[in-house]
Design a protein around this ligand. Sequence first.
Ligand code: S3P
Length: 451
Amino acid sequence: MTHETQTARPLTAKRIAALSGTARIPGDKSISHRAFLFGGLASGTTRVTGLLEGEDVIATGRAMSAMGARIAKDGDSYLVEGVGNGCLMEPETALDFGNAGTGARLTMGLVGPYDFGATFVGDASLSKRPMGRVLDPLREMGVQVVARSRDRLPLSIHGPKVAAPIEYRVPMASAQVKSAVLLAALNTPGITTVVEPIMTRDHTEKMLEGFGASIEVETDKDGVRHIRLEGQGNLKGVGHFEVPGDPSSAAFPIVAAVIVPGSEVTIENVLMNPTRTGLIETLLEMGASIEITHRRKSGGEDVADLIVRHSELAGVEVPASRAPSMIDEYPALAVAAAFAKGQTVMRGLDELRVKESDRLAAVAAGLAANGVAHEEGEDWLVVTGDPDGRGYGGGTVETHLDHRIAMSFLVLGLACEKGVTVDDGRMIATSFPEFVGLVQALGGSIEGVSG
Ligand code: S3P
C-alpha cells in the first residue's frame, strides 16, 4: 500500500492514433469508501457490487476489518457484515490509509467518539495533508488528539466517555469534513447538526439514509444546508448495494477522446449526480461533443453512458461556484484547456492546494514542462490553448505521489507527437488500477520507461 520504499515507475504516453471503442468505468471512489464504512458499521449483511478495487478503498476495508467488520470477496461482489452502530472494536495496530485522505478523514470521524484509542498512519503525501479540519470539530465533541507534528499523520485519537453533539458550520467546501462530523454523530447521543453553506457531494447523506440513519436535510432560503443526524440509532445492512462508475475517473478518457483527433469513445456507467458533473458541464460549454445516453438509476443514483468525440474547444470562464462539483477534475480540465481556442479561466481553486499534492502547483509545473501557456495565481489558473497542440510535450512531469496528476498528463501525452512522461505511475492504482489497460484498449499508447 505504501509506495515509498519501492522504485518509481515512469510512464510515457504518445500520440499514435485516434481513440475508439467502449470503456467501462470502475466504481466511484467516494461511494466505495462509504460502502465499506457504512456496510461495516451497520448490523447485518450488505452485498456490494461494482466496488472500486483501488488501493485507497482497500485500505478503508482493512481498517473496518481491524475494528470488527467482516469483509469477504465473493465472486464479483464483496460481502460486508457489519458490527452494529456503536459496536466498533478498538484496533490492535495502527490503521494505515496509504495515500487516501477520504479513508483517513472519514474513519477519524467514525471512530472519534469511541472511548478507545486509534492511531492513523499514511504515506508521505497523506502525512503532509491537513487533518485539523476534521480534528477541530471532533475536539469540540470531546475527542483527544495526540500528533507528533500538529494535526498531521501519524496521529492518535481517543474518544470521551460520552461524546457531545454539536452544531458545526463547515468552514470550507469539503465533503470529507461534513462527512466526518456526520459519522461522529452516529455514536453521539442527541442531534448533531452540520451546516453546509456551499453544497458538496452528498453521498454520505444519501447513503446514511439508505442504511437507516435518522437524518434530515433542510435547505434554507439562502441555499445553506442544515443536516441533522440523531445519534445512536440502528443502522441496518441494505442487502445489495451497487456502486456506480466514477465520474472523476471517467474524466481521463473523456478528455482524451475530446483532444485526440478522430476519436469517438463510449464511456459506460458514469455517475451523473449533479454534485459531481461540473467537468461535463464545463466541457459542454467549451463545445465538446458529449452525448449523454441511456440515463438510468444505479445504487439510488443517476448514471448514464457518454459518447465522446474529438471536438474543437473554445476557452471559457469556469465560475468559482462550480469548483465543488469538479474539484478533482481541474487537472484534467487544464489539459483539455490546452487544446481550446483562447483562454480558460479557473477560479476558486484554493482547495487544490491540499489534495494528494499541491495540485495547482503540480498542474502548472506539468503544463510548463510541456510548453502549454498558462498563468498560476494563489487560487486560480489561466490556460491559453492551442487547438493544434501537436507541438506540446517532450517534458517529464513530477507527480508528487498524486494519481490524478499522473493520469492527466498521460492524457496530454496521447495528443502530443513528442509524448509526455510522468515520473511515477504507481499511484494510479489508488483510484484507477485499470487506467493504462483501458487507454491501451482504446488505441492509446502508454508504456513503461526503462532505465
Ligand atoms: C471526497 C471529497 C473531496 C474530494 C475527494 C473525495 C469525498 O475532498 O476531493 O477526492 O469522498 O468526500 P474534500 O472534502 O477535501 O473537498
